[in-house]
Design a protein around this ligand. Structure first.
Ligand SMILES: NC(=O)c1ccc[n+]([C@@H]2O[C@H](COP(=O)([O-])OP(=O)(O)OC[C@H]3O[C@@H](n4cnc5c(N)ncnc54)[C@H](OP(=O)(O)O)[C@@H]3O)[C@@H](O)[C@H]2O)c1
Length: 327
């Protein structure tokens, strides 16, 4: 049976999730693709950490070793931040590898460049995992709404801030206590600034803007407001009036103008985001033919994120066989 060789950059929550999903779904992959998928290399930073990786897999801190794997076809990227991810993925594309990434911070900035570069090298990029984890929003926009004109997107794109607002309202917890629980449960980072400050949602929103409108608004003009200034009194007052605060990332296209914001928004019971609770993410798309669509699900975590990446991988391999373009 034909073998597809892949490498994983980063072996934290997401990288390990991809590795495990490929091991546990090898039979499904073989049934769908008619190939064996082999993880040939894993790039990490710290060689001393204990990892559950088979002996035959090359584990290295040197990206050159990954690039030198003979017949490497696919690179899964799950490291953190812009650098060196962008440089690694550029080099992988130059080597004619297909890419699947989860790295939203990098992709918000360099996604458009990488997609162009991939087109020149005739390789594909999957980036479903960069926005809303396991929720298939990228493919929905890219493939199911190609003819539709999308005028507005409203979304909950950060599970941590949604969880905190839900806990504060339901259990009357202070912001600090709700954040502490989110950290204990592994939803929030030790440094939660990106989540509660709205920056994580902002990066994802910029990726959605590039995909939906072919461009991003000027980053300096995007209002980004976190949730930490919301008081229990405000949440309670809203609740008594049948409103809920949601941390909403919004994109609107009017004429040639794109406006974007991330901020706490009061939603009423008829709003599609009103009942999106806990760590769930949701995206509401207003499309001229389809109408208003809402897609909801787990926005992060090992398995949902690995699901998005492995599905991207399958589509890429299938697209090579059918000329079905993903990027
Ligand atoms: N966690 C989620 O639910 C989720 C969901 C969607 C998207 N993402 C995105 O996915 C990416 C990975 O997230 P994560 O939660 O898996 O992070 P993580 O648990 O912190 O793991 C990061 C991994 O990357 C490795 N790494 C970091 N910098 C590196 C470098 N310069 N060279 C080589 N390896 C490097 C680390 O190596 P060591 O193990 O040696 O330290 C670690 O294995 C991020 O971009 C994140 O935004 C995460």
């Amino acid at each position: 049976m034909e073998v597809i060789k892949a490498a994983i950059l980063g072996f934290g929550t997401v990288g390990e999730g991809v590795y495990e999903a490929i091991q546990t779904h090898q039979q499904q992959l073989q049934n769908i693709l008619g190939v064996e998928v082999q993880i040939a290399g894993v790039l990490i930073q710290d060689l001393e950490k204990e990892r559950n990786i088979a002996d035959e897999v090359l584990v290295t801190t040197n990206f050159e070793d990954i690039l030198n794997i003979p017949d490497l076809q696919v690179v899964f990227e799950a490291i953190v931040g812009e650098d060196p991810s962008y440089s690694y993925l550029s080099q992988a594309i130059d080597k004619r590898c297909d890419i699947v990434t989860a790295n939203k911070v990098m992709f918000a900035t360099y996604g458009e460049k990488l997609i162009k570069k991939a087109q020149t090298q005739n390789v594909k990029i999957g980036y479903e995992a960069t926005v809303a984890g396991g929720v298939p929003i990228i493919r929905t926009l890219a493939q199911q709404l190609q003819v539709n004109k999308v005028g507005r997107i409203q979304a909950i794109l950060n599970g941590t801030s949604n969880f905190i607002l839900t806990e504060m309202r339901n259990k009357e917890l202070s912001f600090e206590n709700a954040l502490g629980i989110a950290q204990e449960l592994g939803y929030a980072e030790a440094d939660p600034t990106n989540d509660i400050g709205g920056f994580d949602a902002f990066y994802k929103l910029m990726i959605l803007s590039s995909l939906t409108f072919g461009e991003q608004p000027d980053w300096d003009e995007v209002k980004i407001e976190g949730i930490s200034a919301l008081s229990n009194d405000q949440l309670e007052e809203a609740n008594q009036n049948n409103f809920r605060y949601k941390h909403v990332a919004e994109l609107i296209k009017e004429g040639d103008n794109i406006s974007a914001s991330v901020s706490p928004v009061l939603t009423d019971a008829d709003h599609p985001l009103y009942n999106v609770e806990g760590v769930d993410n949701a995206v509401v798309i207003e499309a001229n033919l389809a109408g208003t669509l809402t897609i909801q699900g787990p926005g992060a975590g090992k398995k949902p994120t690995a699901s998005a990446m492995i599905e991207d991988f399958v589509h890429i391999i299938q697209s090579k066989k059918t000329s079905y373009a993903l990027s």
